[in-house]
Design a protein around this ligand. Structure first.
Ligand code: GLN
Length: 285
């Protein structure tokens, strides 16, 4: 089959299975399988492909028809202009989360100490390290499998970060070398799980069935991790240090209140490109 025939086959198969953005998915999978790009597909649509590519593409389409996320098939996702490896143990980096990184970058100075809680693929921490100089980065996550991915991403980007396994701040106190234990951070960031448990069942199958539940489920009211992070952060943040949190679009008021109760000020809510509340920034007074 030619590029064009394969693409048309893919679009039809994905549409029939109710996959959103079938055309985009069919094209991206074709580019992935044939290691090519959009221009080549456009200009050389009549180019005959090998039996092997055809088989490989049809298998990828079959997998996508089961609503396996595209990024689990290709194994990667672009974020902040960088390529991150992902798998079923890490949340796929979202474009919304770039708002968190961009906001933090406005305050990021060379040589700062940065802590990223629930780091997952490491995309937040590693982007900040990539776009700054001499910063020291620590990322923690409850999932050792996720940290394997984060460490691989650090290696691929040529960056040095400490990825520690454990529950939020716990690995910092358990970690032996004094450097990290005694460090107060200039900046703490997190995109914690924030979806209320009752809303998980209604998520799209790609997210609900294939992304790690531990990265999504914010317990009963979705605020469980904000309470814990904000409650403990003052012990790890230097005076006037900054806390940046990604939030669900209806959580700004509740999270602001938790911040105020715990001695934070200069609370600012930042919207995403859809105009929804997405990030909250606060300073330890
Ligand atoms: N934004 C993600 C979603 O909508 C949720 C990420 C999170 O819980 N931190 O699927």
């Amino acid at each position: 089959m030619t590029y064009r025939e394969l693409y048309e086959y893919g679009v039809e198969a994905l549409e029939e299975a109710g996959v959103a953005e079938a055309k985009l998915n069919a094209r991206l999978l074709l580019e992935y399988v044939c290691r090519t790009d959009r221009n080549t597909l456009l200009v050389h649509g009549d180019s005959m492909r090998s039996r092997m590519e055809e088989e490989f593409y049809k298998r990828a389409i079959e997998t996508r028809r089961r609503h396996v996320p595209l990024q689990h098939i290709t194994g990667e996702q672009e974020f902040m202009g960088l390529c991150f490896r992902v798998n079923e143990h890490t949340l796929i980096p979202r474009q919304d989360t770039e708002i968190l990184v961009e906001e933090a970058m406005r305050y990021l100075g060379d040589g700062m100490h940065i802590l990223d809680l629930c780091t997952g693929s490491g995309c937040i921490l590693l982007s900040l390290l990539k776009y700054s100089n001499e910063c020291e980065g620590v990322g923690t996550d409850i999932s050792e499998e996720a940290l394997l991915v984060a460490r691989e991403n650090a290696g691929r980007l040529g960056l040095d970060a400490s990825f520690l396994c454990g529950d939020l701040f716990a690995p910092l106190t358990a970690y032996a070398p004094g450097r990290i234990r005694d460090t107060l951070f200039d900046m703490i960031l997190s995109n914690p799980p924030y979806i209320p448990s009752g809303e998980i069942a209604g998520l799209m199958p790609e997210v609900r069935d294939y992304e790690p539940l531990t990265a999504l489920d914010g317990r009963e009211d979705g605020l469980y991790f904000y309470r814990r992070i904000i409650g403990e952060a003052p012990h790890y943040l230097r005076r006037f240090g900054l806390l940046f949190l990604e939030i669900g679009c209806s959580q700004a008021k509740a999270v602001s209140a938790i911040l105020r109760e715990n001695g934070f000020g200069e609370i600012e809510v930042i919207k995403d490109y859809a105009g929804l509340d997405r990030v909250i920034k606060a300073s330890l007074c």
